[in-house]
Design a binder for this molecule. Structure first.
Ligand code: AKG
Length: 276
């Protein structure tokens, strides 16, 4: 009998999974409440330990390091709806160095006119976000959770993916045109892709090696989502955010092990001396 379930099979085959109702109504309400109270920030402006750092003007407003944005965001660090799967897919599971870290985490708000040009794919062969499975174990470099806080239907600016592209040997022809050039348009037509529809509270789990982006938001209003990108515990965060001592002390030991999987060894400091 296989030790893999149907979700494992589909993740390997397609490079993504849909986790329906991944969070409950209370957490969904708390997260939306937090979004309601985000201040208006300029690009690069800090709000505590959170920084507005949009990937691209067209993609929408992105608040990076959102794990430091309050309790509901801390709850997502090791949420039971995904954390065991994430550990198995990219946490050096059943090796001598098991553990996870958060490569990047941000809140995103996409309003009318926003879209996200396609990027990534198995052909890139970057180790950081590679898809890997060998000898009965996953060895992915980066696996993402995209959590919908609003319903995402047609015209809402949903995530666009090419199923199976995490294993692609060839670059999709859309990549013949540069990333920044494609952002100049209002949207793009990507043969072989589809746009994911989600209900608020659903989570899309996907290998970052999957070619992905997002369709244009043509409807009024806004799409709200949170993205947590996980990788093996020896990695470093994409943008170099450092967590404050207050945050590290506040979260649970299991959550801290994800935020700080390798405790710094600093001469004269007690931390990092043992195998705790
Ligand atoms: O906003 C989305 O749906 C996709 C985001 C994305 O492509 C990314 O963050 O790499």
């Amino acid at each position: 009998m296989s030790k893999h379930d149907i979700q494992d099979y589909l993740f390997d085959l397609n490079g993504f999974l849909m986790l329906k109702n991944a969070i409950d109504g209370n957490l969904l309400a708390d997260l939306n409440h937090a979004f309601d109270n985000f201040p208006e920030l300029e690009f690069m402006q800090w709000w505590g330990e959170v920084q507005r750092l949009d990937n691209h003007k067209r993609a929408g407003m992105e608040l990076q390091n959102i794990v430091a944005g309050g309790k509901p965001f801390e709850t997502l660090i090791d949420h039971p709806s995904w954390i065991d799967r994430i550990r198995r897919y990219c946490g050096e599971y059943e090796t001598w160095i098991p553990g996870l870290f958060i490569d990047e985490c941000f809140a995103t708000i996409r309003r009318t006119g926003g879209f996200f040009a396609m990027h990534s794919g198995g052909h890139e062969r970057a180790i950081r976000n590679q898809y890997g499975y060998a000898d009965g174990r996953w060895q992915c470099g980066q696996v993402n959770i995209l959590l919908a806080l609003t319903d995402i239907g047609p015209g809402d600016g949903g995530t666009r993916i090419i199923p199976g592209s995490h294993k692609s040997n060839f670059a999709h022809p859309i990549f013949d045109t540069s990333y920044s050039e494609r952002f100049k348009g209002d949207d793009e037509v990507v043969e072989g892709s589809f746009t994911v529809t989600m209900k608020a509270g659903d989570a899309l789990l996907f290998s970052d090696a999957l070619s992905h982006g997002a369709a244009a938001r043509t409807n009024p209003g806004e799409r709200r989502a949170i993205i947590y990108r996980y990788g093996p515990g020896w990695g470093r965060t994409r943008y170099g955010y450092q967590y404050s001592r207050e945050l590290l002390d506040r979260v649970t030991p299991a959550q801290r092990a994800i935020l700080e999987p390798i405790v710094p060894r600093i001469p004269g400091e007690a931390r990092g001396l043992g195998h705790d």
